[in-house]
Design a protein around this ligand. Structure first.
Ligand SMILES: [Zn+2]
Length: 427
């Protein structure tokens, strides 16, 4: 037997053994259920406080059953579960928050505010230390909260919900699939058919875009019917206020097209009893807009001519942690990125650590930076402009789904980042 053949057999054997060990270790530490930890993030442009609200045990766990500590280090926040005796890291997950975005607005320099937030983790079998960390302006994580979670604590509420779920696409074991859930917002009770048709339309569009198209069978897409008292959503700038299930609103941080909700408690309650990895709120309005936050939420309108494209863009944020590649639009942020550190988003760079990004994907001879000239329209390069700034931040292509509504496609750097996240869900 040739040496390299032996080597590959050995490597394959080792990788199988590692995965079996990882699974056994996961099952030693966790049940196939979910722990929901709700808290309030409060503070101003430089202070953060965490106030715990409640814990819940939800049936089933949608994530992988391996020890999930080797994923990408994305997000402005992350939480870790640590064995209190051995200090072994048992679980880690990055996420973003509306609070962190608000901290970069001018308002945060004048007043303090609070935002409701939840994190979801596999339900521990033994007491674990939960650590919540926030990424500082220099890109480093700092602990902002720590507590011991005892699974026997009878204040962890167990409730059984009976959500109205329709499977739109896919089947199989949730541990090895991406479980994507669409929730309806601003649909009245008689609009269930419209909601299901909207979810079908969005799903079909998502799976027409690379690389989601070739990964369709790795997704389970579900629609959860959550009717509202009134149709539409709030538009404070034109004094429109609607009574809706999740209290969504345009004019987030006073930007007209910025559609979000801060009523996360209602959203999480609606997801109770649903197995989900990611959710997207479909807002029943013809106005243009949306929002996307890594491992927090995706949200977008349904009936604008560009709604499908916006949905895919926002899902790029919420699912794969992609950053915005545009730099000429109005935003509420000030000094959102520190140009002295490499941003965590996989599709933008300050060139501080370009090696960690898509540099290996560039064709030899591609100029770095790459001029924004017509001859480079189809070239993967490093174009100055991105992340809301026209200087100091660079993006992979002249255009991308994360930059404009002109193109349908994600650039190769974004596609590769999305594929990585899909693969991590399906290991
Ligand atoms: Zn891109």
């Amino acid at each position: 037997m040739k040496h390299w053949v032996r080597f590959f057999i050995l490597a394959a054997l080792l990788s199988t053994l590692t995965s079996v060990t990882a699974q056994r270790s996961f099952k030693e530490n966790f049940e196939d259920n979910t722990l929901r930890f709700d808290f309030v993030l409060a503070g101003n442009h430089q202070e953060i406080d965490v106030f715990p609200e409640q814990m819940k045990k939800e049936p089933g766990w949608a994530g992988t059953m391996r020890v999930d500590t080797d994923g990408p280090d994305y997000g402005t926040y992350r939480f870790r579960l640590v064995d209190p005796t051995s200090n072994e890291l048992l679980f880690v997950k990055g996420f973003t928050t509306l609070f962190q975005e608000w901290q970069t607005t001018a308002e945060a320099k004048k007043i303090s505010k609070s935002f409701y937030q939840g994190i979801f983790m596999p339900f521990p079998k033994k007491p674990v230390t939960l650590v919540i960390e926030s990424r500082n302006y220099d890109g480093q994580f700092e602990m902002i909260y720590q507590t011991l979670v005892d699974p026997a604590n009878y204040f962890i509420r167990e409730e059984t919900a009976t959500p109205d779920v329709t499977v739109i696409s896919g089947k199989g074991e949730s541990h090895r699939k991406v479980d994507l859930v669409f929730l309806g917002e601003g649909y009245t009770t008689e609009q269930k058919e419209k909601f299901l048709a909207d979810v079908q339309r969005m799903t079909d569009y998502l799976f027409s875009v690379e690389p989601f198209d070739k990964n369709r069978d790795r997704f389970i897409v579900k629609a959860v019917w959550t009717p509202s008292a009134e149709k539409g959503t709030d538009v404070p700038g034109t004094r429109i206020y609607r009574n809706t299930k999740f209290n969504s609103t345009f004019y987030t941080f006073d930007v007209d097209r910025y559609l979000t909700t801060s009523d996360m408690r209602s959203v999480y309650d609606a997801l109770s009893g649903v197995t989900w990895d990611h959710f997207f709120l479909l807002v029943n309005t013809e106005m243009y807009g949306g929002g996307g936050f890594y491992n927090l939420m995706g949200i977008g309108s349904t009936d604008h001519a560009l709604s499908e494209k916006v949905m895919v863009h926002e899902f790029g944020h919420s699912f794969a942690g992609l950053g915005d590649e545009y730099y000429n639009s109005e935003v509420a942020y000030e000094d959102f990125y520190n140009l002295k550190v490499e941003p965590w988003e996989p599709n933008i760079t300050t060139l501080v650590d370009f090696e960690s990004k898509w540099k290996h994907m560039l064709k030899p001879g591609t100029p770095v930076p790459t001029p924004r000239e017509a001859k480079f329209t189809q070239t993967l390069g490093v174009f100055e402009g991105g992340g809301y700034m026209n200087k100091g931040i660079y993006s992979p292509m002249m255009d991308c789904r994360m930059k404009s509504n002109v193109t349908n496609d994600f650039c190769p750097a974004c596609q590769s980042a999305i594929q990585r996240i899909i693969d991590l869900h399906c290991e």
